[in-house]
Design a protein around this ligand. Sequence first.
Ligand SMILES: Nc1ncnc2c1ncn2[C@@H]1O[C@H](COP(=O)(O)OP(=O)(O)OP(=O)(O)O)[C@@H](O)[C@H]1O
Ligand SMILES: [Mg+2]
Length: 492
Amino acid sequence: MLEISGLSKSYGPVHALSDVTFSVEPGKVTALLGENGAGKSTLVKILSGLVTPTAGAIRVNGAPVDLSSPERASRSGVAVVQQEISVLPNLSVAENFMLTQPSRWLRRGSAPALCAPYLNRLGLGHVDPGTAVGELTIGERQLVEIARMLSQDARVLVLDEPTAALADSDIELVHKAVLRLASEGNVVLYITHRLNELDEICDAAVILRNGRLADQFETKDASLTRIVHAMIGRELDELYPDTPARADQALPAPVVRLKDVVAGGLASPVSLDLRPGEIVAVCGQLGSGFVEPLRAIAGVSPLSGGAIEFQGATASNAKAEAVAYCSDDRQLDGFFRDLPVWESMSAPGLAQSGLWGLVRPSRLRQSVDAIAERMTILPAYRERPVHALSGGNAQKVSIGKWLSSKPRILLLEEPTRGVDVGARAEIYRLLRALADDGLAILFASTDLDEVLGFGERVLVFHDNKLVHQAPSAELTRDQLATWITHGSIDRE
Ligand SMILES: Nc1ncnc2c1ncn2[C@@H]1O[C@H](COP(=O)(O)OP(=O)(O)OP(=O)(O)O)[C@@H](O)[C@H]1O
Ligand SMILES: [Mg+2]
């Protein structure tokens, strides 16, 4: 049993956690829920010995545990998957495994051989333990991080949004591993913003709001409405905005056109038209090539075949066409970590808001504030450096910054990763309104509900080929999942 009593943590005037008391039973999966900034990751960081609480106590099986450093936390039997990927890119997979408990790995001999079974369990059998982590995709890094947790022989396992960056098939493997850990009698605390995971693997839920305990229940007793209400303090009517009904020919000419494009790992050419006002989704398993159309348009993946036309003219310079591209690695290129939020958010629009090279900060602030408000970034957060923001709030900065530059083509990878359900509804509505004003949006997502709910048209990739495209209204979730995993659909 994990008991948390009177736990508080303040960062200066910010009360990230206030007098939180609850306990987590072993043998089942307990979800820890709450909107962005509610204090979930702060609790995780305390459990992993990274952050010292201002007050409170933590017991495991009735005895206080020493969480005064990550090493001690690990020795006390607490293993953690952090929200922001914490495996080190310059070290190999095996070396990253050793980092958590160096003495144990050295004593037991060859690290590569020892970590292989854990990699296998999460479908990473193809990854050589000698590979530098930096060469893996974000999804693979996330899986390495989870595999490393599995290797730790811990009694208390805490996973902070482990599936936020993963596709369904990987999520299934993670779920299996998590359920097994719980059935072995461990304490499992599981954080997610993908609320369908509650039904799938969680037995109980604890909800935080503004750093306080808001609710606690067995998931079988709770409706989604109650859960969402406890999280965001209000009911949520519609997550996705309506797609305007219109005939195909009603849309203007394409703003960008991919003609037989081969780029990145693509194994066959892809053609695609993107028109102003459209919101188009691309999806697939990790590594299936579904992000390549975005990267090709953005100029991140050089073309090895075909051509891209912007407004009919072949252009090599994406910037001139006002293309905004948000990669899936927000920590790497989503914002300036140490600058105030509003500065990160205004950077892409700098060139447009100046006159003769001079910029008026007050003018800049105004344009950013309007976007920040619609993206539910609280006024108090806008002065803080991004590194002091919660994961979901940092994600909002990462997308929001592009809107100040008034792009005509917006390319988003995993746009709402880690964003809570209430803020997601706002962001979808904002993006829909921008599209209605003529923005063309192409987004890549592993969240199939988002793909079908927010995309008007869906392109499915399998094994580096475009295998299917259809209006989202003509696809069920099951069909889409089948296309993604098999690259075809059984028509018998
Ligand atoms: N290093 C820090 N300095 C100052 N404030 C911080 C720091 N880390 C977190 N906070 C603040 O503490 C609060 C709780 O953040 P936390 O990361 O725990 O939220 P969360 O529930 O994990 O949210 P999310 O779902 O977005 O990940 C937020 O208001 C955040 O801005
Ligand atoms: Mg968090």
